[in-house]
Each structure stands twice: as structure tokens, then as C-alpha cells.
Design a protein. Sequence first.
Length: 374
Amino acid sequence: MGRRGDCGVGATAWRTPSPTDTVAGPLGQLGGTIVEMTPEQALLRVIHCLDRAHESGFKAKAFARALDVVRTTPSDELTERAEADTLTDLDGIGASTAAVIADALAGREPAYLAKIEAESRVPITPAGQVYRDALRGDCHLHSTWSDGGAPIEAMAATAMAIGHEYMVQTDHSARLTIAHGLDEQRLAEQLDQIAAVNADIAAAGHDFRILSGMEVDILVDGSLDLADEMLERLDVVVASVHSKLRMERGQMTERMLMAVASPHVDILGHCTGRMVGKRPPSEFDADYVFAACAQFNTAVEINCRPERLDPPRELLDVAIEYGCWFSIDSDAHATGQLEWQPLGCDRAAERGVPIERIINTMPADDLLAWTAAA
Ligand SMILES: [Zn+2]
Ligand SMILES: [Zn+2]
């Protein structure tokens, strides 16, 4: 999922507080002022909206391709071609992408962008909005370090632009080779990068923090796909089942209980592994698993991805009954998907999840104290 390396923003993004300087500055915030965007920014914003609309097909590929072309073509040439109407002579630029580039160069809001901005907005019910307003961060998201489509800086710029105070960077662990999971060495490198990006963010005067983390695989025997000393270094650990989802019920229950009871695990990710309409939920004893989540202070994730929406309603009700903690997470693999939390907020509102039991309504320091104690 996602398109590796597409959504970069330069380090200069931190030094320029205007929303248009980030990948994801919501244009709506600008309140009718004239929007100056470079072709690169306009294309990035289109890609953001396509990701938000969960559009990964032909259109998304065309805009990603156009972005590569714009980044490798001298700006003088782009301007000349826009004036002579020969942008489409460039390999990788079609009619739609050429129009966006030409609009941006002419200082107009690209018509295509305006349309996709409006069409891709994620709806939310008034009851769900109460939950969304309470959220201060996102505890589960990916970057180009594993199978995400955007670098950490771009994810952070977007998280900031949508009002978060923090995000937890949770790329996959090594066992998930298909997702380019991180081994200890690469995780250590990522921790250095997170520290550097946090320093840049602070130097630019933003009150936003990237917390370290990982979405660590729960292996077949219930052990975790990362050494204890690395797990200890992380601020927040999400543990998820990604393999052998059809395991026999009793074994799956034991496997999940092991992970839930681990002192390193803070959040149980997408507990059933279901894919709506494609893959049934895995089977486990929800009473045991959610009782353990409550006992060991492991939050049950409400995964917001539209194809997951995990746990399903009936299991969410069981988790509420056991008095579990929850975390409403986007599991974003691209900047636009960070805007999926309304889906989980609506679900939480519908089932009556107590807002005070949702860990990402806490300020970052309180969350860190909670994970340290949990
Ligand atoms: Zn996962
Ligand atoms: Zn994930």
C-alpha cells in the first residue's frame, strides 16, 4: 500500500508556518485568501486527497508519476511548456496532471484540486465529532520506513495540520518482510531520525512531538517480533497479528493473551484482522482477551481503516463491558489516511465508548506516563 517516497517535504517546511508549506495544509483553513502553490505542492495535495479517498488506482499512479516528472524538470522549462501548452509532451504528464501544473504556475487554485478536496472530505456524525475533538494524537501510522507512502516528516506535517499534538511512529517489525519491516538496526536508525525531526519541529517553534513506537508482530507462539531491550526503548508499542489468522480458536486466544499480558505492549492492534467483505475475523475467546486487556492495561485499538473497522461492533461492545482502554488510530499508510479517524470516532460514539478511556485523548506526557505504568 502507498507509494514509497512520493510525499516528501523539505526540512524548510518546519520554518514556514503557512499551511500551504506543508503537504497537507487544509486549504479550507485559508478562508478564501489567494492560494499560492507550486506545482509540486499542488500535486502533493491532490495525492493527499486521493489517499484520503482511498483511491490507489490509475489516477493516484498518474499523479505520483507527474510528481516525479515535476521534481526532475527545471522550473523554467515547466513555465515555458505551460505557456506553450506543451506540458503533455513530457513523458508522464497527461491532460489532468498538466492542468493542475498549469493552474498552479498561473497562481490559480487548480480546478481539479478544488473538486477532489470537496469530494474526498471524510464525513463525521455530530456524535462522532465529540470524540474527534477530544483526540490529541494518533498512535498507529506508517512511513516509507516500512510500507507507508510518505516519509516521517510529511506524516508529521499532516498530523500537525489536522490539529494533533503528537503522533506515534509505528512502522512494521522485521518478520513482516512483505511490508519491509524494520529489524533492530533499522529501528535504531529510525529512532535517530525521529529525534532529529523532533529537534527541527521544536526549533521551528511548533508544539508537536513524534513519539517512537512500532507495530510489532505477534508471532505464532505469542512472542513479539522484537527484542525486549528495543521494546523498552519505545514510547508506545502496538502489537498485531498479521500471520496465521485462521489459527484454531484456543491457540489464537493463547497467542493473543501472551501479547496482551506483555509489559511492553500498550495497544492491541486491529484485533480480528478482518477485511470487510474479503477476509472474515479471526476467531478467539473475546472474554479472555478483553478481560486480559483490562487487567494488563493494554488498550484495544479501534482501527479506523475503512476496510478494517476493527473490532466489529459486537466485539467492541464486549471490550466496553470489560472496562478496557481504547485507542482510536488511523493506521495511516499515507498522509491523506491520517484523516480517517472520523470513521473510528463514529463507531466509538455509536457503541458508547467512554471518552475518558481513550488513551489518545491524553496529552503526550500523560500518555507516556500511562504507557510507562501500563
Ligand atoms: Zn497491522
Ligand atoms: Zn499498521
